[in-house]
Design a protein around this ligand. Structure first.
Ligand code: SF4
Length: 346
């Protein structure tokens, strides 16, 4: 079927379902998907919007699996959540599964104590890990509120176990001046995460060895090259980048921060961005009066799995195809961890 016909059929179904249908599109989706969505944004903001919309019976999440799962955790009982491609996973989220995390938790709390550690999990994780954190007095964070979440955790206990992104955890710790020898890496493949008992007792932050392949591709030489070519340009990167890249950039922040940074830049200015390429391309189209460039082209193939054809198939089987559900007990505990995150806003 031709692309034009696919888009027409999608629009017809949208018209027919009206307010009962909400299509959520993450910032990293390609433009033809964004154009078909009702809301675009980051994963938590989108899930919240859909859950708060009482008219929405059918939520279709154009993003990766953990995002649709988060929408399912927050969804009301009358809402269903679907994803156009059930295989659209996230590498980072897959780096921490329930068995690995529970084993690490048992190891670390046997050396310290459960009362000393807050488990803190990045939104980019599966529902089991969020539930583990909820059950153990911890919370979820996003790349926007990670420093507030660290503070929340340190106000209550002395240590944090941060899952699953080493780099967001390290960059957040750096921004709070936590000494590097008090942040240790936890490699789930190794006994005690590759650490000695002494190092575990000394550390205040345990960083799970997980990473985003899209953001760790940016290197310091990309920044040096961009500075050479565009001496007046501003470089802004995502905090899933390695600490050396964040240190050389002019600013670092979440996708929403990056969007706002471009919005606030003056016409005629140059902004060079280190994040997923689809967002950068779109910003460059939306702000033709400024020069918006990628630090390097880095595409998330998982996000790219969502195509108009797959969206159409999902809409043709609304409420049935590629449903994303979460077990009740997992939903309850993951919901606790998400509720604690909401306290951070206050
Ligand atoms: S960009 Fe990275 S963290 Fe985001 S979905 Fe893709 S692999 Fe996961």
């Amino acid at each position: 079927m031709e692309n034009r016909e696919v888009i027409k059929r999608i629009r017809d179904i949208k018209d027919r379902l009206g307010k009962e249908l909400v299509i959520l599109t993450h910032h990293y989706q390609r433009s033809d998907i964004i154009d078909l969505g009702d809301y675009r944004g980051d994963s938590f903001g989108l899930s919240q919007k859909a859950a708060a919309d009482n008219n929405a019976r059918y939520i279709v999440f154009c993003g990766v699996y953990f995002m649709a799962e988060s929408a399912a955790i927050l969804a009301q009982p009358h809402q269903t959540v679907q994803i156009p491609d059930i295989e659209a996973g996230c590498w980072m989220s897959d780096m921490a599964d329930q068995v690995m995390v529970e084993k690490a938790w048992d190891e670390v709390t046997a050396i310290t104590s459960r009362d000393e550690i807050t488990p803190l999990v990045y939104m980019n994780s599966d529902a089991f890990i969020k539930a583990h954190c909820g059950r153990n007095g911890g919370l979820v964070c996003t790349s926007s509120n990670a420093p507030k979440a660290f503070k929340w955790a340190f106000d209550r206990r002395e240590r944090i176990f941060f899952f699953p992104d080493e780099h967001l955890g390290r960059n957040t710790g750096n921004s709070m001046n936590i000494p590097s020898d008090e942040m240790i890496l936890w490699d789930p493949e190794l006994p005690l995460g590759g650490n000695t008992e002494k190092a575990i007792r000394k550390a205040r932050v345990y960083l799970w060895k997980g990473y985003c392949l899209v953001h760790t591709r940016f290197r310091t030489d990309h920044i040096q090259e961009a500075r050479g070519k565009y001496p007046n340009g501003k470089i802004v990167v995502h905090p899933e980048c390695i600490q050396e890249v964040v240190a050389l950039a002019d600013a670092a922040g979440s996708t929403s921060f990056i969007v706002k940074h471009v919005e606030d830049s003056s016409p005629g200015s140059t902004v060079i961005i280190g994040t997923e390429i689809n967002l950068i391309k779109r910003l460059s189209q939306e702000y033709p009066d400024r020069t918006i460039l990628p630090l390097m082209e880095s595409l998330c193939p998982n996000m790219y799995k969502i195509s108009p054809e797959k969206l159409l198939t999902t809409l043709e089987h609304i409420g049935e195809h590629n449903l994303v559900t979460v077990q009740e007990d997992i939903k309850e505990n993951a919901g606790l961890a998400l509720d604690r995150m909401l306290e951070l806003a206050g």
